[in-house]
Structure formats: structure tokens, C-alpha cells
Design a protein around this ligand. Structure first.
Ligand code: BGC
Ligand code: BGC
Length: 618
């Protein structure tokens, strides 16, 4: 890795003998801040307020415009998606920032929402819904730490995580990004994740800045209130009109009163700030009809004022653009409401021009600009980003390391919820003569991982490295047993009419954000047909479900002897095999009530659920 050396670092850190005050880590953060701010031009200040997606700018642009931050959106991967190429890509931007007049380093942000999930070969942990089911802060903290280490190995110092939403509707496409429907558990696990990610000291080169999101009450948006229409990316066959997919909940409106807003949705943020979170992302959604990106009361008065948040607020992906059809007005509204750094996916020159004009016209005051820049630089200084070297090439071994994979395997095992177990079907014996495995999902790492894996929306197929459940079952059984796989569940060439055991694996197709807003949570016909076929070919039928949320399968329950909710487990399918064969116990519990019928999607659900919250057989 040529441009991956630290040769320019010493030069960057201490210019000359009498280092400038802001460059000397021996001074206090506030003294360094005062010194640095006093040296900055308006252009440099606006640069710091700008975060640009890497596909829309070059390292040379970072240098020229003194850009404050770069991000990779979901799937914002280098051409060759390897850990080494990631490190080189991030380092190129960082070195360009070092070469600016003041040498202010960038923050590089990604969505590592279940491990460093854009990177081919990284460890993919269960999505948060699974970690919620496991319900163990210590486990979540260790996952946060492992994720930080994989991020740091590639030079990434900011993670757009954890999601501390308190989801209120099973039809919401982001429900799996949340831990639970109980704010207390969300707060507890969110805090654990932040601790793990940030580590003991923010200045540690292996510390990564956490970013609770999406402020505020993204999880409470109501069905039918979203006006977002999103172009369907090529290669995906979501239903749409004129190539556009209609979101229904995500980015919509929440109508709850202020007391509920505070008790349920603000609660995890208070905990996150106490745990040391320095960055908060504004939500696309609205509260009582007013978009959060323009919400002065909630952003500035409540978060920064009342809660004393001294860090900075980042807008979401082109989120401020939604405030007004006139882009310049939208920028003014967002920044005046309290957004400090703007996530600009595409045309950053337009943003910079709009900001500059706004300041010159007096629409945004210099005080507001200084406050925003102070907040951003305070975080950079506190986190020791000015002193941070580029990652060492040897750190790349940590990406997808054995230690992290075994942690993920443990997390998978602990996230599984056993919903039904007739006649002690589980655990299975490793010497079961024949185990039939049906369903494409049994042998598909993409389906096992779900959305936010390699691509924004995820993708079926061998998209990254890991053990599928099929691989894992084959490895686990004794020599005398055989595992027979047929994605269709037909088992045409099987010489026996019935095997002792069948395992049907069913998966929701991968999705992210509003692409997962879905009214019909029942199983598709093909899956039901597969279950029915398998039922005839085995004495005991086990169903393993990969899904971002509870699905309605009341009608299928009588066909099933043992039912396992596996959520979106990630790359380590061996964690499922461990539990199916009894090497590990079932310990996961439902953190959402499981609906009996479609009308029960809204939380708290009305009427009797199929399985109560807290349920989970041992
Ligand atoms: C990006 C994601 C982003 C999404 C947002 C996608 O094109 O890859 O990172 O979250 O757009 O709306
Ligand atoms: C999502 C955020 C994410 C951002 C960057 C947005 O579309 O709402 O959660 O952090 O994209 O990828």
C-alpha cells in the first residue's frame, strides 16, 4: 500500500518547532478550538460543515475545498471491494485533508450497522433486532468494539450507528435496525454499543465515533404518511410505478404528543449522550407535520439546550433538501434549525455556494456558522483525529478475523428465539441419519445477512464471505449422517419417502429503509408451498426464519414441529447450527409481540398476539 504510509503525518502534526496552539495536543481542547477558529476563513468554515459522498468528490476536491467529512453511503465501496482498497481509499482522502492550509483532518463516516458491512470479507453480525432478542449489553458492547476495530483498520473514524429508534410498527422497513420496542432496552443496548465503539478513550486510534440516529421518533412514523418516492435501483425488482418505489412509513410523520415523544423516543438519546455520544443524526421524518431537519425546538432547544449536547448534528442523506423546493432556502432552514454538518450525497459545490450566499445575505449568521464549526472541530479535537496516524497495514488482518467471527457466531446463537418445539424436536441429534434442508435461504449468505450488506439494499447470493446454515449443518453432523439440500424442497431423487428431519429455511428478501415498508407480512405462496412439500418428506419439520421482523405465519404453524426466529443473523451460520444441535442453549426472547394476524402490525398490538413479548422457549 504505497500511499498508506505515515510519512506526512509528523509534518502534519507539528509544523515547525513552535507548534501552533491548535496543533499541540498538550493544550486544552477549548484553547485549541479558539486558536483554530480564529485562523479560519469563511470558506474553510463552510468546508468543515460539508460532508460529501465519496462517489461525488475526489481527494483533490477535499484539498481544494477543505471539506470536513467524507462518507460512503450504503454500498459506497471502492472499485475493488477489499479491506486494503478501503484503507487506501479512506487514506487518500485523509492525506488530502492534511494538505489543506490548516491541515484539518476529515471524519470518514459509514453505516457499519451490523459490522463493517460494506466491506467484502468483514464480519457481519446479526442486525440489531437479533441483538435485542439476545438482550445482553455485554455482548453488544463486545460487538461494538469488534466493529470499531474493523472500521479503524480501514481508517474509518465515524460510524452512523447505533440506531436507537423505538419502532412502533412491524410494517416499517427499518424495524430490524432497532433493538426493541421497549425504550429502556433500546437505551441499554444503545449505550453498550456506544461504549464498545468508542472504547475507553476517544483519542485511542481504535476508537470510532458513535452516532445515535435518527433524531427524533423515526420509529413512530405512521403508515401512509410518507411522501417519499425513491428510484428503484437497477437489478432490484421492487414493485413500482415509472421506476419509483413508494415508501409508506419511512420518512413519514409521527403525530404523538410531546410527553410520549420525550418518555419513549427522547429517552434513549439522553442515555446515549450520557454515554459520550458526540454526533447525532437528524431524522428524515416529521413530528406533528414538521420535518426534524428544520425543527429548531427539537434540535436546538431540546437537544443542544436542555440536554446540553456539545457535539454536532449531522443531517441525513440529502435530508435538508426536503425542507423547501428552493435549495438555498432549504439549506438556510436546516442550518438555522441547528444542523451543523450537512450530508451532501451529490453536488457539494451547490451546497457550498448556497451556504456562502446565505451568510453573505445574512440569512445565516456568522455566529451560527462559528457555533457549528466549533462543534465539529471540538469533536475532531476531542477524538484526537488531528493526531491520528493512518491505519497500519497489519491491522487489516482484523477485518473478518477469526476472533470476530467467533463473537458473531456467539451472537447468532444467543439471538435465536424458539417459538415452538413439539415433542422436543429440538435439539437435533448430530447422528440423525438424514436431514433434509429446503429453501434457497439455507445456502445463501446474502439472504442470511439482509439489507445493509455490501449493497445498501443487500442482495441474495454469495455477496460476501461466511458460513451459510447449510455449510454449518454439514460441518456439524456426524460421519454417519447426511444432509441433503434442495432449494425447492422437492427432493426428487431421494430414495426414502420420509427423512427423520427436515429443516426449511425461509427468508424475507433483503431490503433497507422504506424499501422494506410492507403491508402484507404473511409468507409468500412459494414459501408456503415449500413448507407443505417438505412436510410430506420428513417426520419432523423444523422451520428457521430469516426476517427483519415477526411475520404472520399462524396458518402454517400446525405444519411446523419446531419454529426458530433467527432474524437477520449475518455471516456466521454456525451459530444457528450450534443451537439446533444443542451445543448451545436457546436463550433469545421476543422483544416485539408476534402478531397472529395482519391487523396487528401497529405497536402495541391490539388483541392477543400469537406469541407474547418476552416469549422464547428454552
Ligand atoms: C445510498 C444509501 C443511502 C440511500 C438513501 C442510497 O443510494 O447508498 O447510503 O442511505 O441512498 O436515501
Ligand atoms: C439513512 C441513514 C444513513 C445515511 C447514510 C440515509 O439514507 O437514513 O441511516 O446513515 O443514509 O448512508
Amino acid at each position: 500500500m504505497e500511499n498508506h504510509t505515515n510519512s506526512s503525518l509528523s509534518q502534519h502534526v507539528s509544523t515547525g518547532l513552535n507548534a501552533l496552539i491548535y496543533k499541540d495536543a498538550g493544550n486544552t481542547v477549548e484553547a485549541r478550538l479558539d486558536d483554530l477558529l480564529a485562523r479560519m476563513t469563511l470558506d474553510e468554515k463552510i468546508g468543515q460543515m460539508t460532508q460529501v459522498e465519496k462517489n461525488s468528490l475526489t481527494p483533490e476536491d477535499v484539498r481544494q475545498y477543505a471539506i470536513g467529512s467524507v462518507l460512503s453511503g450504503g454500498g459506497g465501496n471502492p472499485t475493488r471491494n477489499t479491506p486494503a482498497d478501503w484503507a487506501a481509499m479512506v487514506s487518500d482522502y485523509q492525506q488530502a485533508a492534511w494538505q489543506t492550509r490548516l491541515g484539518i483532518p476529515i471524519l470518514y463516516g459509514v453505516d457499519a450497522v451490523h459490522g463493517h458491512n460494506n466491506v467484502f470479507g468483514a464480519t457481519i453480525f446479526p442486525h440489531n433486532i437479533g441483538l435485542g432478542a439476545a438482550g445482553d449489553p455485554d455482548l453488544v458492547e463486545r460487538i461494538g468494539r469488534a466493529t470499531a476495530i474493523e472500521l479503524a483498520a480501514t481508517g474509518v473514524n465515524w460510524n452512523f450507528a447505533p440506531t436507537v429508534a423505538v419502532p412502533q410498527d412491524l410494517r416499517w422497513g427499518r424495524i430490524y435496525e432497532g433493538f426493541a420496542q421497549d425504550p429502556q432496552l433500546v437505551a441499554e443496548l444503545g449505550v453498550a454499543y456506544i461504549r464498545g465503539l468508542q472504547g475507553d478513550r476517544l483519542t485511542d486510534p481504535l476508537s470510532v465515533l458513535a452516532n445515535p440516529k435518527h433524531y427524533l421518533a423515526d420509529g413512530a412514523a405512521e403508515w401512509g404518511t410518507s411522501r417519499m418516492r425513491f428510484p428503484i435501483p437497477p437489478d432490484y425488482d421492487y414493485p413500482g410505478e415509472n421506476g419509483m418505489f413508494a415508501f409508506t412509513i419511512d420518512q413519514g410523520n409521527t403525530q404523538i404528543d410531546e410527553e410520549t415523544l420525550r418518555e419513549v423516543h427522547l429517552y434513549p438519546y439522553k442515555a446515549a449522550l450520557e454515554a459520550g455520544a458526540q454526533i447525532v443524526m437528524a431524522s428524515f421524518s416529521s413530528w406533528q407535520g414538521k420535518k426534524l431537519h428544520g425543527h429548531h425546538y427539537l434540535l436546538t432547544e431540546v437537544l443542544k439546550g436542555e440536554l446540553g449536547f456539545a457535539g454536532f448534528i449531522i443531517s441525513d442523506w440529502a435530508g435538508m433538501d426536503q425542507l423547501d423546493a428552493d435549495y438555498s432556502k432549504a439549506v438556510v432552514l436546516a442550518v438555522n434549525a441547528g444542523v451543523d454538518m450537512c450530508m451532501v450525497p451529490w453536488d457539494f459545490r451547490r451546497f457550498i455556494a448556497a451556504m456562502k450566499q446565505a451568510v453573505e445575505k445574512g440569512d445565516v449568521s456568522l455566529q451560527r456558522v462559528d457555533d457549528a464549526v466549533r462543534r465539529i472541530l471540538r469533536v475532531k479535537l476531542m477524538a484526537g483525529i488531528f493526531e491520528r496516524p493512518l491505519p497500519q497495514a497489519s491491522w487489516l488482518e482484523w477485518v473478518g478475523s477469526l476472533a470476530h467471527r467467533s463473537l458473531a457466531r456467539e451472537a447468532v446463537a444467543r439471538s435465536l428465539v424458539l417459538l415452538k418445539n413439539e415433542a422436543q424436536t429440538l435439539p437435533l441429534s448430530k447422528s440423525t441419519p438424514t436431514i433434509l434442508v429446503g429453501g434457497q435461504a439455507a445456502n445463501d449468505i446474502g439472504l442470511q445477512c439482509g439489507g445493509w450488506t455490501i449493497e445498501w439494499l443487500g442482495k441474495p447470493g454469495p455477496i460476501t464471505v461466511g458460513d451459510t446454515l447449510l455449510d454449518s449443518l454439514k460441518t456439524a453432523v456426524s460421519r454417519s449422517s447426511r444432509v441433503v439440500f434442495d432449494p425447492t424442497g422437492v427432493f426428487e431423487n431421494l430414495e426414502i419417502s420420509q427423512a427423520e428431519v427436515g429443516i426449511a429455511v425461509i427468508a424475507e428478501p433483503p431490503y433497507a429503509e422504506g424499501f422494506g415498508d410492507r403491508e402484507d407480512l404473511t409468507l409468500p405462496e412459494e414459501d408456503v408451498a415449500m413448507l407443505e412439500r417438505m412436510r410430506t418428506r420428513c417426520q419432523r419439520l423444523v422451520v428457521v426464519l430469516y426476517s427483519g421482523r415477526p411475520l404472520v405465519l399462524t396458518g402454517q404453524l400446525p405444519l411446523i414441529d419446531a419454529l426458530v426466529a433467527a432474524w437477520l443473523p449475518g455471516s456466521e451460520g454456525r451459530g444457528i447450527a450450534d443451537v439446533l444441535f444443542g451445543d448451545q442453549p436457546f436463550t433469545g426472547k421476543l422483544r416485539y409481540a408476534w402478531p397472529r394476524e395482519l391487523g396487528q402490525a401497529r405497536i402495541p398490538i391490539s388483541g392477543a398476539p400469537l406469541f407474547e413479548i418476552g416469549f422464547g422457549l428454552a
